[in-house]
Design a protein around this ligand. Structure first.
Ligand code: SF4
Length: 259
């Protein structure tokens, strides 16, 4: 199975392991990937291998596309559980992200008021006031924190540019006052001959301390589920994920594991 580039601006509905019947909203170009990370496990491939030729969908294209799809689904009797901002990169990097969130909430309220609006973000722009305020409006503000170890982040999540500071990211996560879900990828295997196993105490214990400081509503942990551009990666086992999940729960934070 190859890595995936999603259609834009709307894809699915798909059944998500974590979210139910999910209608995807992809704010990146339909023919490539744009992300502020370049994760070695990204299901969309490496940034450099999938550079888009077209532009991002406009605010109007997103709203029109979403409304048309919700009408079509309604005619078929299908109601989404969730409208999920995800796809070929980092959704909050769209210059009109905040306006698009407002449009989406308005369409959700009109066509499927019980559906949740979820954003899957890598957190790199969550400190910006317009992005922060927009994320405060959504039902599931799901922010990535794979570890608090900068060496690991630079090797595995690979922030684009030089501005990434995990301490600032943690402060930004805490500033949501609990209106945040932390998502964390656990995996094993190697990349360039070095271990990328973040399931042991060295990584889990300080990550857990950061979680207590952030005080999120929930934590979602998961492992590799699709083809990855780096081929030496391996899934964390169910037992390892369950053990980490139980440590999070024991610290008083709800946590789910997807295998
Ligand atoms: S943050 Fe998400 S979209 Fe971006 S490179 Fe990592 S896995 Fe891919």
């Amino acid at each position: 199975m190859a890595t995936i580039i999603y259609p834009a601006p709307i894809f699915g509905p798909v059944h998500s392991r974590r979210l139910g019947i999910s209608l995807g909203i992809n704010l990146m170009p339909a023919d490539g990937k744009i992300c502020t990370f370049d994760c070695i496990y990204c299901e969309c491939g490496f940034n450099g291998d999938n550079q888009p030729k077209s532009g991002r969908p406009s605010r109007k294209e997103v709203a029109d596309g979403l409304e048309a799809k919700l009408r079509e689904m309604g005619a078929e009797g299908i109601v989404p559980d969730v409208l999920t901002f995800a796809g070929n990169g980092e959704p909050t990097a769209h210059p009109q992200f905040a306006e698009i969130i407002n449009d989406t909430i308005e369409l959700r309220n009109r066509y499927c008021p019980k559906a949740k609006v979820s954003v899957l973000s890598n957190s790199t722009r969550a400190h910006l006031s317009d992005v922060h305020d927009a994320l405060m409006l959504v039902d599931n503000n799901i922010l990535k924190l794979d570890t608090v170890d900068m060496e690991y982040i630079n090797r595995v999540d690979r922030p684009v540019g030089t501005g990434y500071d995990v301490d600032k990211i943690i402060e930004s996560m805490r500033s949501f006052n609990g209106n945040v879900i932390i998502q964390t990828m656990f995996m094993k295997g190697t990349a360039n001959g070095e271990s990328v196993d973040n399931t042991g105490d060295k990584y889990v214990t300080p990550w857990l301390e950061a979680l207590k400081y952030i005080s999120p509503r929930e934590v979602m942990i998961y492992t590799i589920d699709r083809e990855t551009p780096e081929h030496g990666l391996k899934k964390a086992t169910k037992e390892e994920l369950d053990g980490i999940r139980d440590r999070v729960i024991a610290s008083g934070i709800p946590c789910t594991a997807s295998y």
